[in-house]
Design a protein around this ligand. Sequence first.
Ligand code: MCA
Ligand code: AMP
Length: 493
Amino acid sequence: MPDLPFIVRARLFADRMAFRLPETSNTYEQLLDRSAEIASVLLGDQNDLREARVALLVTPGFEYTAAQWGIWRAGGIKLPICLSATEPEWEYALMDSQVGVVIADAANVAKISPLCERLGVRLMVVEQSKGEAKPLPDIDVTRRAMILYTSGTTSKPKGVVTTHANIQAQIESLVTAWEWRAEDRIPMFLPLHHIHGIINITGCALWSGALVEPFPRFEMNAILDRVRADAYTLFMAVPTIYVKLIQAIESASESDRVAIVAGFKKMRLMVSGSAALPASVHQQWTALTGQELLERYGMTEIGMAISNRYRGERRPGAVGAALPGVEVRLKAENGPILTAEDEPGEIQVRGATVFQAYWNRPEATAESFEDGWFRTGDMAVLERGYYRIMGRLSVDIIKSGGYKLSALEIEAALLDHPRIAECAVIGLPDDTWGEAVSAAVVLKNGTLELSALRDWCKGRLSVYKIPQRLKVVSELPRNAMGKVTKPAVRALF
Ligand code: MCA
Ligand code: AMP
């Protein structure tokens, strides 16, 4: 059996640069060699990991991707975990997916080693994983490759399982639509436990022989320095980042502004996604830089599904048409499949890009499909050939800075607070974050300030899940059944 397709592709680009940092760079050949070495260390005296789960807690960059490829080449399933998550969040993901090994880098190993010790999970420090490369197993593309945890309408996140074939289909669709090429250069500053960073940026770049410049996080000044130096041909980010960039450019001195804008202007493509890009931000960005942002729509379970055109219209406020290899339909609630334009319905998706299952949750998996189509839970309308997203079916899903959050998960955490008797969490519109996590609470006694609540939440919830707004009320609005009515909670703020 031949090697996995991404390995075959990487060999075509062996001498090209895959990763570049200010002081170091790494070729595709080095990525191939290093990943073979890590695979050998992972395997030890086994000949195939047989879909064992391996968690990855490594800063974005060469070693992260070498470890990812190493897991895959050894036959394992990669579970990337959030660098800034709390110990209870890590514990949940490791236990739920029954992880056998955690690969961490030197910068992160101390944070997770007590947990690994407590759970009896093997901990590998990536920089120390050296040794002779040995023969690697043959891996079929129908095997499972990755689990990503995603929040939804259940209080605990679910593991989204994709196969090698799913990942390849997700990448090939974007490489075709956006005309990725080996000469492309792209910065990577998004977290690598979600597909925006894993598939759209790193996956597509390495499939194409292109160059990635990794940043540990969104370091605006360092990134803008590189933009001014014409380091990039492509740029992909969430709407919050474009809002922050507009603020930075507008407050820069005249000469800095001219240099930064010139860098953005020269890029061949700039993409926005993961959350709604307000038409006003789209228009502001064009006015400032001359670049028309290309907005696209996707989801962890399906990769990217809908996109504005690379060559053709990029309509502010719309997400475009179905991507190559992806079938999209709209379905009216409890009603027919929509065939005409201008009628709102749920986006449903089918194709090779769609995930295999939720990890260990056959019922949730079955419920999320209808006649073989994945039900996204997002509402849209088709207008003059392009879809426009109208919102979500569930009020319990919040998008903040591109992260999908579950109101129920946050409520469950807040109810552990000694003073909180009842609570309701919603997302309120916010110019920077898209939606801001907001909590209405009924107290058992005393008072509660937002700053004290935020401090208490640290260590329990990832920072981006912590409420940004707080309202203390004497009772929560409820319907006749006693269920909290979230639209009425909105009115409390
Ligand atoms: C950081 N903070 C946040 C968020 N991020 N608060 C709410 N929501 C957030 N998303 C907190 C920080 O911890 C800090 O808290 C304060 O806000 C200000 O931090 P700042 O440094 O200004 O922010 P940042 O660290 O620069 O982060 C902003 C960010 C980041 C770069 C937009 O949130 C980010 O990387 N988001 C992208 C997530 C992503 O890749 N999503 C794609 C998922 P304090 O002041 O208390 O310290 S994949 C997906 O959605 C689908 C598939 C798709 O279509 O792509
Ligand atoms: P995630 O679960 O993090 O993969 O987030 C997927 C969700 O992000 C989708 O179900 C949408 O609600 C939202 N989303 C992604 N891209 C867009 C977009 N361009 N416009 C509006 N919502 C989006």
